[in-house]
Design a protein around this ligand. Structure first.
Ligand code: 13P
Ligand code: SF4
Length: 317
């Protein structure tokens, strides 16, 4: 797209946002240009908090479907738009409601904590939602004896288990992006950049977490790169976050951790990257595709998300 056309589209998006009292919420894994036109950019927790508290009539979600669904559950009176309805999530797909119901039956008497990276149906079967920003703290906030089911991410689940030592049964799901980082390639990069810090998202596999200098959610990784004195970071999460890291720490170097194998040779989330500026323009113009969630599911799914927001507020997260 030419620079002029791109500026025209951005101006039009901004005009329609004002006319329609709409806001754009963008996840850190969106492309830099989309992050820059958003009213709010954040990780999954911050985006849920923002979706629950804003004065807009329309929320356009530059992210994936489970995020837009979470916004609809938190604000059912608002119109929630997702510029590409195919923007799904391999992690959410790894936990189907039919299989999860069976799993819950086989493991009764446990508090069910599910990551927000799930469908609305899975949330409706849960006691508390969590994100990678608050999973450890949410588990720690429960009485020591409480038995827990954690779903769907087995890597985040194992990380939470190690950090808390609680009685947790973990669902066997994964994110195809965070599973794919190459230990060998990261160690090679570390050898070539001896003073670099390796920073890792908890959805990554154990060997990658074991060589990390810091493990945290997308927002925690961003905050670490701002506060830490190192000049170079090897970043093991979706590389979209590097846009904010560069903006907030001029002069520091950020190297995306390479995957074992991928068609693009990068670690981009193909679902997140389905959202483009043109699709945002069309979406805000036509107010389609709209995200709707069944009323009964909204009622049931609201409870665990609300509980997560309340615990996070109490803990100052
Ligand atoms: P956070 O936003 O909690 O860091 O999660 C990362 C992710 O995979 C979102 O899809
Ligand atoms: Fe889902 Fe992984 Fe993409 Fe996040 S990065 S949206 S968890 S597939």
């Amino acid at each position: 797209m030419s620079k002029e056309k791109s500026i025209d589209i951005i101006n039009e998006i901004n005009r329609m946002k004002k006319d329609k009292n709409a806001i754009i919420l963008a996840h850190y894994y969106q492309t830099g240009d989309i992050q820059d036109i958003a009213d709010f950019v954040g990780d999954s927790l911050a985006l849920s908090q923002k979706a629950a508290a804003n004065d807009a009539d329309i929320i356009l979600f530059a992210g994936v479907k489970f995020m837009a669904e979470t916004a609809k559950i938190l604000a059912p009176e608002k119109k929630v738009l997702l510029p590409d309805i195919n923007a799904g999530c391999s992690l959410a797909d790894s936990c189907k409601a039919k299989d999860f119901k069976k799993f819950l039956k086989e493991n009764p008497g446990r508090t069910v904590i599910t990551y927000v990276n799930t469908t609305a149906e899975i949330k409706a079967l849960s006691d508390i939602s969590c994100t990678s920003s608050n999973a450890v703290q949410i588990v720690k906030s429960l009485p020591e004896k409480e038995k827990i089911i954690f779903a769907p991410d087995r890597n985040l689940g194992n990380y939470v288990l190690n950090q808390t030592g609680r009685d947790i049964i973990i669902w066997n799901g994964t994110c195809h992006v965070h599973e794919e980082f190459s230990l060998e390639a990261i160690l090679k990069l570390k050898e070539e950049n001896k003073n670099a810090k390796v920073i890792v998202h908890p959805e990554c596999e154990l060997p990658i977490r074991m060589i990390a200098d810091f493990i945290g959610s997308t927002a925690a990784l961003l905050s670490f790169t701002k506060k830490n004195g190192a000049k170079c970071f090897i970043v093991a999460t979706e590389p979209g976050i590097i846009h904010q890291m560069k903006k907030e720490s001029h002069g520091k170097i950020f190297i995306p951790a390479p995957p074992k194998d991928s068609t693009c040779g990068c670690s981009e989330c193909n679902f997140m990257k389905l959202i483009t500026m043109e699709k945002i323009y069309r979406c805000i113009k036509t107010e389609k595709p709209e995200i709707n969630v069944n009323k009964k599911i909204i009622e049931a799914a609201h409870k665990p998300i609300q509980r997560m927001l309340e615990i996070s507020e109490q803990l100052g997260l």
